[in-house]
Design a protein. Sequence first.
Length: 104
Amino acid sequence: MANNNVFERIYGVVKQIPLGKVATYGQVALLAGNPRWSRVVGYALHVNPDPSVIKCHRVVNRNGETSKAFAFGGEDMQRMLLESEGIEFLPDGRVNLEKHLWKP
């Protein structure tokens, strides 16, 4: 399968994550068609062609941690974007997945 098709499937899933929710890389991979694509999800989001439509800041790791290499302004920018959407963080800096994990 060509990368463009895989990336489009990943972007299609990410576009569905609603305001106030997050998804994990693994969750996006599974919904895009292959649970082993977690790293591919990361690559696709890193080259996101339209962050205003494809809200890649709503994707966190399985522990609810934000990306250390967030492409759109640094690690703190991802947290700021999530907080502006009402996402709550635990004292240790992780997203409160119990409250904010998307369950499609």
